[in-house]
Unconditional design. Structure first.
Length: 103
């Protein structure tokens, strides 16, 4: 897993995920841990994960039309998928995000 701080890569063979959180709340922390674990266990070396704190950049929430946080957005491969919640149910996350797992 390669965690991005800003710009996503243009490599179309990798999953591009963005996780929108709100500060250091327990729900946000849980979502970060769960998504990182998903990337490390099921998409090793195939995932670019960008974690975006909407408290630090509130305009992004409006720009991407977030309705709740935490929200995980799978940007690539298409279709774009969104998953809202703490990301603790890996089976539902995998199905909802239409991930093709390695493990």
């Amino acid at each position: 897993m390669e965690e991005q701080g800003g710009n996503s890569t243009n490599d179309n063979s990798r999953y591009r995920l963005k996780l929108y959180i709100t500060g250091t709340t327990p729900v946000s922390a849980c979502a970060v841990v769960n998504v990182r674990r998903l990337c490390e266990e099921y998409l090793p070396d195939l995932c670019d994960l960008e974690i975006i704190d909407v408290f630090q950049n509130p305009l992004l929430a409006k720009e991407v039309e977030l309705i709740a946080v935490p929200t995980l957005v799978k940007e690539w491969p298409l279709p774009v998928r969104r998953f809202i919640g703490d990301m603790s149910r890996t089976d539902r996350l995998v199905a909802g995000m239409d991930l093709k797992l390695i493990a």
